[in-house]
Design a protein around this ligand. Structure first.
Ligand code: NAD
Ligand code: TYD
Length: 364
């Protein structure tokens, strides 16, 4: 790993927003599990996608629990955010509404968290930087905005580089692009220490079962139909959650201020290929797969160039064949976790998104 200087020190106090979600909780479990003295405050609204149970491994371990604090709250609320940022050496913003299909059904929450929430965090970071300048604290906090490859829009050929124009095409990716642009404007205008990561499609344990991989694994376990949008030949670049979390930490410590870093998965696959890998691991038949009406504005392909991240000394550790097998096995072995996630408001969402599609579906 590259020995570039560590920009936040080896035992920082981190504020992790959205730390009870899929990638945020993987980050918290990973960093606390290193037992290197890092302290973490998680600020999470606990939306349908956020669960305290995702942090149980850390909360049940006395040494890790002593370095973890959980605050239930919303990043749009400055009265909650400001005192937490005042205690932090760095803020990592994972908090977002994260599902494209829900952004098509109900965009509003995406804008509130993705734009106003980012603004509230940035204002608090700016204030703390001013305090550092006046000597009231030792150094200014760093702000890491967790973003996505979806800000580039649909990429028909080649690989997106960080300098490419942003062309988001869903309310989700437009809100993510807005959050990034706001963060970069603080760097340019106020000198705020901002770094941005653009991760590719992520999969692994604890992913809320609305996204392609966990939805199809859990449906297949129950022999329910798997609703494949359109021709199923859309391409995504799949990144294991543990690599996503570790790469974010690498950028936090070593990334240059005002820079954007792509985090590729290096597993460019069609949706059909991903579904085949899931079914093979579960020993379930292809006949479960149903072709359904496509997602409106469906991005055909995402693909990231990872040269800049590699230059920072980062390499992914999990290949797709290993990662998907472990992920399928995790869902098979953690039935109670995903059945709980698929309770309450789940049925309403599922009906809204899939009932008509499945009724009109055909063989895939
Ligand atoms: P997730 O939906 O699993 O988790 C989001 C978390 O944020 C939840 O715990 C939720 O309760 C919390 N949250 C939402 N609104 C909040 C608010 N206003 N205040 C405080 N907490 C709030 O999402 P994820 O898949 O873990 O994604 C995390 C981040 O990574 C997001 O910013 C997403 O855009 C980005 N990302 C995700 C992927 C992916 O494939 N999942 C890929 C690239 C980037
Ligand atoms: P998803 O996991 O929602 O991630 P994103 O849209 O952010 O890439 O979807 C991954 C791919 O799988 C995408 O091309 C849409 C497709 N998909 C289906 O075909 N059926 C589904 O039910 C879902 C949720 C996704």
């Amino acid at each position: 790993m590259n020995a570039a200087r560590d920009r936040i020190g080896s035992t920082p106090r981190l504020l992790v927003t959205g730390g009870a979600g899929f990638i945020g909780s993987a980050y918290v479990r990973d960093v606390l599990g290193r037992r290197d003295g890092t302290r973490i405050t998680v600020l999470d609204k606990l939306t349908y996608a956020g669960r305290r149970a995702n942090l149980a491994l850390a909360e049940d371990d006395p040494e890790q629990a002593a370095r973890l604090r959980f605050v239930h709250g919303d990043i749009v609320d400055p009265t909650v955010v400001d005192p937490l940022v005042a205690e932090a050496d760095a803020v990592l913003n994972f908090a977002a509404e994260s599902h494209v299909d829900r952004s098509i059904l109900d965009p509003e929450a995406f804008l509130s968290t993705g734009v106003i929430g980012v603004h509230v965090l940035l204002e608090a970071v700016r204030r703390e930087a001013d305090r550092a300048t006046s000597g009231a604290r030792s150094s200014a906090p760093r702000f890491l905005q967790v973003s996505t490859d979806e800000v580039y829009g649909s990429v028909h050929e080649g690989w997106s580089r960080e300098s490419d124009a942003l062309a988001p095409r869903s309310p989700y990716s437009a809100a993510k692009a807005a959050g990034e642009l706001l963060a970069m404007s603080y760097h340019a205008t106020y000198g705020t220490d901002v770094v941005i990561t653009r991760g590719s499609n992520t999969y692994g344990p604890y992913q809320y079962p609305e996204k392609l991989i966990p939805l199809f694994i859990t449906n297949a376990i129950d022999d329910q139909p798997l609703p494949l949008y359109g021709d199923g030949l859309q391409e995504r670049d799949w990144l294991h959650v543990s690599d996503h979390a570790k790469a974010i930490d690498h950028v936090l410590h070593h990334g240059d201020p005002g820079e954007v870093y792509n985090l590729p998965g290096e597993a460019q696959l069609t949706n059909r290929a991903v579904v085949a890998a899931i079914l093979e691991r579960l020993g379930k038949p292809w006949s479960l797969v149903r072709t359904v009406e496509d997602r409106p504005g469906h991005d055909r392909r995402y693909a990231l160039d990872g040269t800049r991240l590699a230059g920072l000394g980062w390499r992914n550790l999990t290949d797709f064949a290993t990662g998907i097998a472990e992920t399928v096995d995790w869902f098979r072995d953690n039935d109670a976790w995903w059945r709980e996630a698929r309770s309450g408001a789940w049925d309403d969402y599922y009906r809204r998104q899939y009932s008509a599609r499945l009724a009109a579906s055909r063989e895939a």
